[in-house]
Design a protein around this ligand. Structure first.
Ligand SMILES: N[C@@H](CCC(=O)N[C@@H](CS)C(=O)NCC(=O)O)C(=O)O
Length: 270
């Protein structure tokens, strides 16, 4: 099997976590649906990732369809058989995917030229993200543990994506979500994709002159109290230090794919 996707997509990450949990051997083909040279339409006419090619060459797409298929293969079951329990797990999967949909819509809109941005549209998507996060918290609190499901995986991938791309949405302030997220992050299957745990390995130094190096595919990070993100053109799009405005920072950002540096011009005191 061949999984076509990007390392930063929450939907792709959901599929990768399921594959890791079930021990399904596959090749991961890294592709960016937004690149002019993308090959994704060969596997999904909608030019979206993930897509999965099966042994006979047939492609299936949409993470929901892929995950449902994968769960029929041998290994840990992540979607229950019982119709009601199944519906609740699929609902939570839809919740996680819906948070990702709204978060991505918010981010795409806020990356447009400021004069062309629609603030009402961004606010509408933000309200879906906020109420979605509250619903995840309620679902986790209601279930009080139990086996991990595709619902947990979808919600966790959405929230980790938010932390990666929109770090100002501080869902970890909710103790229920924090404990749940930490228990999932501890699983080897979640070691793939962007996460707080991986940030430590990309950190070079956090000193008054802040220097941060990024893996090529990572263009948003929170390191210590510093949150920053860059657009796909590699230019800095946001930078924040805790509740403090960032005028003390000067940035030198290399071209996309290169090491980027964020350099403070003055000593930074929290
Ligand atoms: N419902 C789809 C959503 C897939 C999706 O939107 N993927 C994004 C990557 S995060 C993408 O490929 N976007 C490209 C585009 O919308 O043109 C799924 O669950 O697979």
């Amino acid at each position: 099997m061949k999984l076509i996707g990007s390392k930063t997509s929450p939907y792709v990450r959901k599929v990768r976590v399921v594959m890791a949990e079930k021990g399904i051997a596959h090749n991961f083909v890294e592709e960016n649906a937004w690149s002019v040279e993308t090959t994704v339409p060969r596997f999904n006419p909608l030019n979206k990732v993930p897509a999965l090619t099966l042994e006979d060459g047939e492609s299936i797409y949409d993470s929901v369809v892929i995950v449902e298929y994968l769960d029929t293969l041998p290994g840990l079951r992540l979607i229950p058989e019982d119709p009601r329990a199944r519906a609740l797990v699929r609902r939570d999967e839809a919740l996680g995917d819906g948070i990702s949909d709204a978060g991505i819509a918010m981010r795409l809109e806020s990356q447009r030229d400021p004069a062309r941005q629609d603030a009402a549209w961004i606010a509408r998507q933000k309200s879906k993200v906020d109420s979605g996060i509250n619903a995840v918290s309620r679902s986790v609190a209601h279930r009080k543990g139990g086996p991990m499901t595709v619902g947990d995986i979808a919600c966790a991938c959405a929230l980790f994506w938010l932390e990666f791309r929109l770090p100002e949405i501080r869902w970890r302030d909710d103790p229920v979500l924090r404990a749940w997220a930490e228990s999932l992050e501890g699983r080897p299957s979640f070691a793939i994709g962007p996460s707080k745990r991986r940030q430590a390995s990309t950190r070079r130094a956090i000193v008054p002159g802040i220097t941060v190096s990024l893996a090529p595919t990572h263009f948003a990070r929170t390191v210590g109290d510093i949150s920053y993100s860059t657009g796909s053109d590699g230019r800095l799009s946001s930078l924040a230090a805790a509740s403090r405005a960032p005028p003390w920072c000067e940035t030198t950002i290399g071209p996309f794919g290169c090491r980027r540096r964020i350099h403070a011009t003055k000593a930074w005191r929290p």
